[in-house]
Design a protein around this ligand. Structure first.
Ligand SMILES: [Zn+2]
Length: 296
């Protein structure tokens, strides 16, 4: 599942590829991925893409008139921008009958699980695909409505939360750190990968009670979080399974994971000979080093 670094990489690629373009038409092939008004106007038809914003793991395409489409990639969602000439192939063929086949003239049809296609005036296009459909699109007539009705349920973004805010939020919960940091209402953007990596870096066991984090530790956690996420963004995010940005580029952060996906392997810290272990914590497979992250 894309987490903050991957979603930020998608945002940056979209900023480069679609900001300034006008939407000529929108084609919806699966209406139930859209929450809110699902008209072409609500999906920015005849509007220009002005900005692409991100909060936590969610994106927003904002038009010049202030309309916005919030995109949550969920488990398997992707936004893919296709250059002019390569776009919108398949013409009017019903998507459910294409299944990745090519049409009679040999051009590829729209791939399966494509739910929405935006065609821009310059001939390029963008498609939203989501095979598992845990993601979706939310439309709002104004950015204020997105902020007030949807993003207000999220905590501060993990890249900008202050040490004092994190301290107050953690001290107000009795949950273990792993569960608290995964909670998007407490801090937005972290998921299973980056919480495990953050706790390893900080030498904290995932079951450490969140309420035990003092101000100094909250300050150091914020610093580590920013460094971890910033470096992951610089490396294009973690490409596990099928993650790519909107320009079809894979990331390389997965090669730097210290505990995530390393259960049963030796700890990567030179002075440590312990084996990375894993268990279900907060409902998620959690990996940690029993020596570098002693039990609380
Ligand atoms: Zn270790």
């Amino acid at each position: 599942m894309p987490e903050l670094p991957e979603v930020e990489c998608v945002r940056r690629s979209l900023e480069r590829l679609i900001v300034g373009r006008r939407v000529e038409s929108v084609r919806v092939t699966r209406r139930d991925v859209i929450r809110g008004e699902s008209s072409a106007t609500a999906l920015l038809q005849h509007d220009g893409i002005d900005r692409v914003l991100r909060h936590g793991k969610q994106l927003a395409l904002v038009s010049g008139t202030g309309r916005c489409v919030c995109v949550h990639l969920g488990m398997s969602g992707q936004l893919c921008v296709l250059p002019a000439g390569d776009a919108y192939r398949g013409g009017p063929a019903p998507i459910e009958r294409t299944n990745g086949r090519t049409s009679s003239n040999g051009r590829p049809l729209i791939p399966p699980h494509t739910h929405v296609i935006w065609r821009f005036e310059d001939g390029s296009a963008m498609r939203f695909t989501d095979p598992r459909r845990f993601g979706g699109l939310w439309t709002f007539a104004q950015l204020d409505a997105l902020a007030g009705r949807r993003w207000s349920a999220l905590g501060p973004d993990a890249l900008t939360i202050t040490p004092s805010d994190l301290y107050h939020r953690l001290s107000a919960t009795r949950r273990p750190l792993k569960a608290a940091l995964l909670d998007q209402a407490l801090v937005a953007g972290l998921g299973n990968i980056y919480v495990d990596e953050l706790l390893f870096g900080a030498g904290l066991h995932p079951l450490t009670p969140a309420g035990k984090v003092d101000r100094a530790l909250a300050g150091s956690l914020v610093g580590r979080m920013r460094t971890l996420l910033t470096r992951a963004i610089e490396r294009g995010g973690s490409s596990l399974r099928d993650y790519v940005d909107a320009d079809n580029q894979r990331g390389s952060q997965q090669d730097r994971h210290r505990v995530y996906g390393r259960s049963g392997l030796q700890c990567s810290r030179r002075a440590c000979s312990a084996t990375i272990c894993s268990d279900q914590i907060a409902g998620r497979t959690t990996a940690w080093c029993p020596s570098c992250q002693p039990e609380p």
